[in-house]
Write a protein that binds this ligand. Structure first.
Ligand code: CAA
Length: 260
């Protein structure tokens, strides 16, 4: 367990990062964002970590947004720097070599919804609430919401959510593709752990490279994305995991993978 002031990081095969400001509903201030960035660097460098789970402490909130009390008196330059800090940290999550699962255990508003969007997969508890309420505060989403929400759920749904600042509950978030799965609050930890275990059993390089190929593909024309995939596909044939995986299949044996 690596302790920070505002988050907790547990490094193991299935690592867990908990945002730990329950009295502020886990709102993100500059210090929290800085600590998340440091934690992501540790996860990236840790050979044993196969999957990272991000969640919020307490039963009420995943993250209730960027810290409004910290933001209120910022001037335009300071506010833009705050947005750039959030975007840099969330981009680290999005491009982390390991897959990241958001376990959304309550409010995921503003920067909280954006944190979930920066993760690869989102599982939510039935009491989760999603929204980008920024226009009701006189601002726009500033940690990637105008970009990632539209890419995930389409620009029509994203514009409706962002222009109205409306909150939606977990079932509606599932309907529009904002989350992958909704479970009872007491089942969230188990459901996310099972998913992480399943991913952790696969060939690690292959999972990492699949993440990279999907992410790059979203930012490229199809032809370029297919070319990127073909190069990456070929690279796997220089790995032990490919040889062991295919040999085990042909011999009807089970194999474990080593990231080699
Ligand atoms: N920033 C700072 N403090 C926050 C916060 C936030 N985003 N969200 C909640 N808190 C604090 C509250 O101020 C309150 O603190 P005090 O006890 O000191 O008053 C504490 O957390 C508990 O909150 P509430 O009493 O409001 O709890 P509630 O159950 O009545 O309501 C809620 C819960 C609906 C989530 C409500 O707290 C809320 O609307 N929060 C703000 C949500 C929001 O607007 N988020 C977007 C922020 S802007 C942003 O994120 C910009 C960006 O993209 C970068």
């Amino acid at each position: 367990m690596t302790d920070f002031n505002q988050i907790t990081l547990n490094l193991s095969e299935i690592a867990e990062l908990v945002i730990n400001r329950p009295k502020q509903l886990n709102a993100l201030n500059s210090e929290t964002l800085g600590e998340i960035g440091q934690a992501i660097d540790l996860v990236q460098a840790d050979e044993q970590v196969r999957v990272l789970i991000i969640t919020g402490s307490g039963e009420k909130s995943f993250v209730a947004g960027a810290d409004i009390k910290e933001m209120k008196d910022k001037d335009p330059m300071e506010a833009s720097e705050f947005s750039q800090l959030g975007n840099a940290v969330f981009q680290k999550i999005a491009t982390l070599r390991q897959p990241v699962i958001a376990a959304v255990n309550g409010f995921a508003l503003g920067g909280g919804c954006e944190l979930a969007l920066a993760c690869d997969i989102r599982y939510a508890s039935e009491n989760a609430v999603f929204g980008q309420p920024e226009v009701g505060l006189g601002i726009i989403p500033g940690f990637g919401g105008t970009q990632r929400l539209a890419r995930l759920v389409g620009h029509g749904q994203a514009k409706e959510l962002i222009f109205t600042g409306s909150n939606i509950k977990a079932p509606e978030a599932l309907d529009i593709g904002l989350v992958n799965k909704v479970v009872a609050p007491e089942e969230l930890k188990d459901a996310v752990t099972k998913l992480a275990e399943r991913i952790a059993k696969q060939a690690p390089f292959a999972v990492e490279n699949a993440k990279t190929a999907i992410n790059h593909g979203l930012d490229m024309p199809l032809e370029q994305g297919l070319h990127f995939e073909a190069i990456s596909f070929g690279n796997h044939f220089a790995t032990e995991d490919q040889k062991n995986g295919m040999t085990a299949f042909i011999n009807k044996e089970k194999t474990t993978f080593s990231r080699q």
